[in-house]
Design a protein around this ligand. Sequence first.
Ligand SMILES: NC(=O)c1ccc[n+]([C@@H]2O[C@H](COP(=O)([O-])OP(=O)(O)OC[C@H]3O[C@@H](n4cnc5c(N)ncnc54)[C@H](O)[C@@H]3O)[C@@H](O)[C@H]2O)c1
Ligand SMILES: [Zn+2]
Length: 371
Amino acid sequence: MSGAERIRAALGARSYEVVAGPGVLADAGREMRALGPVRRAFVVTDALVGPLHAAALVRSLSDSGIAAPVVTVEPGEGTKSFAGLERLCDSLLDLQIERGDWIVALGGGVVGDLAGFAAGVLKRGTPYVQCPTTLLAQVDSSVGGKTAINARQGKNLIGLFHQPRLVLADTATLDTLPQRHMTAGFAEVVKYGLMGDAQFFSWLETHGAAALAAPGPERQYAIAHSIRTKARVVALDEREDGIRALLNLGHTFGHALEAESGFSDRLLHGEAVAIGMVLAFQLSEALGHCAAGTAARVAGFLRQCGLPTSPRAIFPEGTTAEPLMAHMRHDKKNRGGRITLILARGAGEAFADATVPEDAILKVLARALAP
Ligand SMILES: NC(=O)c1ccc[n+]([C@@H]2O[C@H](COP(=O)([O-])OP(=O)(O)OC[C@H]3O[C@@H](n4cnc5c(N)ncnc54)[C@H](O)[C@@H]3O)[C@@H](O)[C@H]2O)c1
Ligand SMILES: [Zn+2]
């Protein structure tokens, strides 16, 4: 496929390729055939994405002699639940999924996480392919093999590592993605720059608006560069024992904001990450880790992209620092009761810190929430 890039996630025996570019779904059959005999591929998608993009995928699979039944789930985070998992596994078992069959996840991070998890547990492990259709899923969730459902106690608490055999990021599918989701996903692109790539962040300051606005070379570069970064980090640290944790820049604050807003449409994940990254830089400044003005530079750029940068707007009825702090104390990354935060010495220089005093965090939160 012309214009597509191939990026390798080097994970030993579990290595795979990410193919990113416009129209790559039309190559799905040929790409999967090249990986071995595939008898049937169960396409798992949601009720919004299916009608828009399943036909191209199914046609390609059928043309390669792969039967492709489609299983449709409800769109939305609620589907990433025990009930949603049960329904999906039921459907796949009713259709008599067996050895030699594959699963193909077509959709955003919700479909990818749920179908990936089902693939991980069905028949003690079924091969699967990620076909991400949101910007967030293309640059982040489809690569790296983290799969999960949510529990009553919190997000992504039940899951497993199950690497896909192939990722097909068809950037043309983004043409139908609502702008708000596109912008939210862009926060994860910016994250890669702020985390460890000052040069990429500078590039985004110049070309990010073009990448967001329309398909073209800037968007292709931003997506492919993000995938390369994610693939590299995952290859270095598949199980998140070290450097992979840096991908959580902005996420500890972000998850607290998402939890406090009830994981509702009021605040999309990427929007929470944008605010969280600003808070992480404000805290880094307050602790003397990075130069004054860095947080303002980060916030200025995110605002220009159309992302929220302050928690105030999210809680018009007002909230205080303490409930957010309570959510942060429950973060998955915490060990032995200490909050681990990703801070930064500058744009592109993130590091993990498990020694941040709670009162410093509270102070930054209180200032950000003050009317
Ligand atoms: N596994 C990981 O490493 C990882 C990383 C980050 C996020 N996640 C998870 O990803 C999920 C969020 O993913 P998301 O932001 O992609 O949300 P999503 O999957 O809910 O998709 C957002 C919305 O856009 C619709 N949609 C998707 N693609 C479309 C398209 N091309 N055209 C029109 N509509 C489209 C969906 O139906 C949905 O309504 C969260 O559950 C989060 O926990 C996982
Ligand atoms: Zn994220």
